[in-house]
Write a protein that binds this ligand. Structure first.
Ligand SMILES: Nc1ncnc2c1ncn2[C@@H]1O[C@H](COP(=O)(O)OP(=O)(O)O)[C@@H](O)[C@H]1O
Ligand SMILES: O=C(OP(=O)(O)O)[C@H](O)COP(=O)(O)O
Length: 411
């Protein structure tokens, strides 16, 4: 199976010096739903580092756009606090405006000078931004029309949103000379390294809560024969246990129901029947009568919040032999300290392994110990974007960028 990585324009191919540059970043971060505090700012710090370099090398006037959360969910918040953190990491005061396409935002953009940075409000306040459509349609949205006429070029540095065919990702490339940004470029380099390695076993450790997207990834991995083993954790493990006919208890079925995951059971069964190499945990951590207990499959009690001690050991042993590891999503509810052990122990196996490893996803990335990293481990800013690409899907952001380079750069 060969995955085609198109040649993409970078900021070295576009003249951005002293220009007004619209940069789509992804600073979507875990948020405490109670306090609205940003729980982990890794994506912000990574973008901050590269924006700082961009300012030093090209002195542009930067207009930053991003989303945060999804409407209706606890992490759907303003980007005001993100601007403060971006200021900290770039060393430049990042001005925030609580508007996106209205007169206030456009006035700020018009007045922006080289060496200044402006962050607009959460893009998903615009209903247009939630709708997925073709680049041609998205180029006609109000967002794209109103902002394009106020900037010179568009840079897509939101690798983590590259799998969404939303206007801020695929609309601007058809409207402005465009390129990918430095964060995006680094991700493509890491992916190329994985795709060029034909060593096995290739082990995927998949967890977290975005189960629907993970099933799509697993289907692609199987179709393209890219995974030797898939170790399920997080809510994905709940789903596959149920699909195997295992009783996970009423409380855990309720968790699946509340997350809208019950309709995915037949699809998970079909995946298993087709022989997907999916391993499920043999034990879990749950809180019973206020105490954290290790419970075994077959006698599950309480709400499962992490993988158990024996699963950690078995998964850890399997990872010892891996040549390539892709890890996505935490193994448990890492927001609660007592349920971080599974995730931290799996990461420990990664630090000790000799495999080339990709670590994907905001929550998992926040658990990584930066001091234990080496050049075999790439901590991606992307989650599902990375996995979908690695499993052979065409990313809308890349397709739009290819169209753009034909239109504006004559490539
Ligand atoms: N057993 C579990 N039960 C409920 N939620 C879980 C469980 N395991 C993990 N999660 C949740 O998954 C979420 C992170 O998933 P996801 O967004 O897919 O990961 P990432 O941000 O790394 O991409 C966390 O909020 C965590 O609480
Ligand atoms: O966090 C993100 O994706 P991820 O959870 O796959 O890493 C991106 O910001 C995309 O967010 P979305 O999945 O709400 O479109």
């Amino acid at each position: 199976m060969s995955i085609n990585i198109p040649k993409l324009p970078t900021i070295r191919d576009l003249d951005i010096r002293e220009k007004k540059v619209l940069v789509r970043i992804d600073i979507n971060s875990p948020i405490d739903p109670e306090t609205g505090e940003i729980l982990d700012d890794r994506r912000i710090s990574v973008h901050g580092k590269y924006i700082k370099e961009m300012m030093k090398d090209y002195n542009p006037a930067l207009v930053l756009i991003s989303h945060q959360g999804r409407p209706g969910e606890g992490d759907f918040t303003s980007l005001e606090k993100h601007a403060e953190l971006l200021s900290k990491y770039t060393g430049v005061t990042v001005k925030f405006v609580d508007d996106i396409i209205g007169p206030k935002a456009r006035e700020e953009i018009r007045n922006l000078k080289p060496s200044e940075i402006l962050l607009l409000e959460n893009l998903r306040l615009l209903s247009e931004e939630i709708i997925e459509a073709s680049p041609e349609k998205q180029a006609l949205t109000m967002l794209v029309k109103k902002l394009s006429s106020n900037v010179d070029v568009y840079v897509n540095d939101a690798f983590a949103t590259a799998h969404r065919s939303q206007p801020s990702i695929v609309g601007f490339p058809l409207s402005l000379p465009s390129c990918i940004g430095p964060v995006f470029e680094k991700e493509i380099q890491a992916i190329t390294r994985i795709l060029n390695s034909f060593e096995s076993p290739r082990i995927y450790v998949l967890g977290g809560s975005k189960v629907r997207e993970l099933l799509r990834v697993i289907e692609n991995l199987m179709r393209n024969k890219l995974a030797d083993r898939i170790l399920a954790t997080g809510l994905l493990a709940h789903l596959f246990l149920v699909a195997k006919g295992i009783d996970i208890g009423v409380e855990n079925m309720k968790v699946l129901e509340e997350k809208g995951l019950l309709p995915l059971i037949p699809r998970a069964r079909y995946i298993l029947m087709r022989g997907a190499p999916i391993e499920t945990p043999i034990d879990f951590k749950a809180k019973i009568n206020g105490e954290v207990r290790n419970v075994y499959v077959g006698e599950i009690r309480g709400v499962i919040k992490d993988i158990g001690n024996n699963t950690v050991k078995i998964y850890g042993d399997l990872l010892k032999d891996a040549k390539v590891i892709v890890m996505r999503g935490p193994a448990g509810v890492i927001e609660e300290e007592e349920f971080r052990t599974g995730t931290l122990n799996l990461l420990e196996s990664v630090y000790k392994s000799n495999a080339f490893t990709l670590i994907a996803g905001g929550h998992l990335g926040s658990m990584v110990d930066e001091n234990r990293l080496n050049n075999r481990i790439h901590v991606s800013t992307g989650g599902n974007a990375l996995l979908l690409f690695l499993s052979g899907e065409e990313l809308p952001a890349l397709k739009a960028m290819e169209l753009s380079s034909k239109m504006f750069l004559g490539w």
